[in-house]
Design a protein around this ligand. Structure first.
Ligand SMILES: Nc1nc2c(ncn2[C@@H]2O[C@H](COP(=O)(O)OP(=O)(O)OP(=O)(O)O)[C@@H](O)[C@H]2O)c(=O)[nH]1
Length: 339
């Protein structure tokens, strides 16, 4: 199933860091390779100027006049839905505004992935290296903290505009970024120039795939462009259920999720209820609400967290699926977690 899913890549990074510069290169690469990319552009202003740089034949959706993370929830999901159903792209780039909090964007995309054949494949943050350096040395204010959050979320980092930096200052930027994010693959770039194959290879949320975890702390040095690790910092694991699981066993599983998993959601059928449920889990609280999804929606759950063992989550869910059904229909159709 996952092979048919549209890969979604988030482009994050502060205003003017080089996101659109990267996007145009990525679009050229995928188009030349015979793939069909699509773009969702989010602009704070009412006009999409960056969109002018994208070729006409590339399907594009514009979310203007506000930031994805603070505008009404659901806009990004609607845009994804329209692109996926109307254009059938192979991959979608979501370029968030420079002031977006990536966690909110990640949350919306994973919400949408419950209902659409998409998967969040990578969070790519383009860092304006000279600006970060200056903010670190002067005012460590709001912009500095936002840049830190954008860096923390990434699984691919471009330290861009290094042509404007003294050689001797690279190490200072490197150490700062590594302190916030020891896991992501990191590259020094000028005009966001990287091998786009790196992006193509990043399918962090791939369903059912157990991914090796590597701490790149010791290995990444300035000017080392060649190390290719797996990128398991902020990540999502999507599980498609082949069989309904027992509701009590599932609740118990959720209550024992590792601390590193801080968000989960899903649409589930249980072997002991006839209704389907929307399941939510955040800050160690879980909630189940009866739903009747529109259209043909599979039983699916997404787990989001930092550097957690996807293979352990997968193994446990497969174990629940293999358990014999209790055979007892829960008359009240209630799933009451933590009671
Ligand atoms: N000197 C230098 N300029 C760069 C580099 N990368 C991008 N730029 C320039 O920086 C400006 C902003 O680049 P964009 O790619 O539009 O940045 P962005 O992140 O998309 O900007 P917003 O959409 O405003 O958030 C452009 O004028 C680029 O040509 C770089 O490595 N070095």
């Amino acid at each position: 199933m996952s092979n048919n899913r549209v890969h979604v890549y988030v482009l994050s990074g502060f205003l003017g860091s080089g996101k659109t510069t990267l996007l145009t290169k990525a679009i050229d690469y995928f188009t030349e390779a015979g793939r069909k990319p699509a773009v969702i552009m989010n602009e704070i202003g009412e006009v999409n100027l960056d969109g002018q740089l994208i070729a006409n034949e590339v399907p594009m959706s514009e979310l203007l006049g506000g930031c994805i993370c603070c505008s009404s929830r659901g806009d990004l999901g609607t845009a994804l839905n329209e692109l996926v159903t109307g254009e059938q792209p192979d991959l979608i780039f979501v370029e968030s505004t420079g002031i977006a909090n990536p966690m909110e964007v990640i949350d919306e995309i994973t919400d949408a992935s419950l209902l659409l054949p998409i998967e969040l494949s990578a969070i790519i943050t383009v860092v304006d290296a000279p600006q970060l350096l200056e903010l670190n040395r002067t005012s460590r204010g709001k912009t500095f903290r936002l840049m830190r959050d954008q860096i923390r979320c990434a699984n691919l980092l471009l330290l861009n505009k290094t042509d404007l930096l003294q050689e001797s200052t690279l190490q200072e930027v490197h150490e700062l970024v590594r302190e916030w994010n020891p896991y992501a693959e990191m590259h020094y770039t000028v005009f966001s120039q990287i091998d786009i194959k790196l992006i193509e290879d990043m399918h962090t949320g791939e369903s059912g795939r157990a991914v090796e975890q590597v701490d790149t702390n010791d290995e990444a040095q300035p000017h080392s462009h060649e190390h290719h690790h797996s990128h398991n910092h902020v990540m999502a694991y999507t599980h498609f259920f082949e069989r309904a699981v027992d509701s009590n066993a599932f609740e118990e599983f959720v209550s024992k999720l590792p601390r590193e998993v801080y968000r989960a959601k899903g649409i589930l059928s249980f072997s002991d209820t006839s209704s389907r449920f929307l399941f939510q889990y955040a800050y160690r609280e879980m909630d189940f609400v009866k739903i009747t999804p529109k259209g043909d929606v599979p039983d699916v759950a997404v787990f989001i967290g930092e550097n957690f063992a996807k293979d352990a989550i997968r193994a446990e869910l497969l174990r629940l699926e293999a358990m014999p059904a209790s055979g007892q229909n829960n008359e009240q159709e209630q799933v009451n977690p933590q009671q």
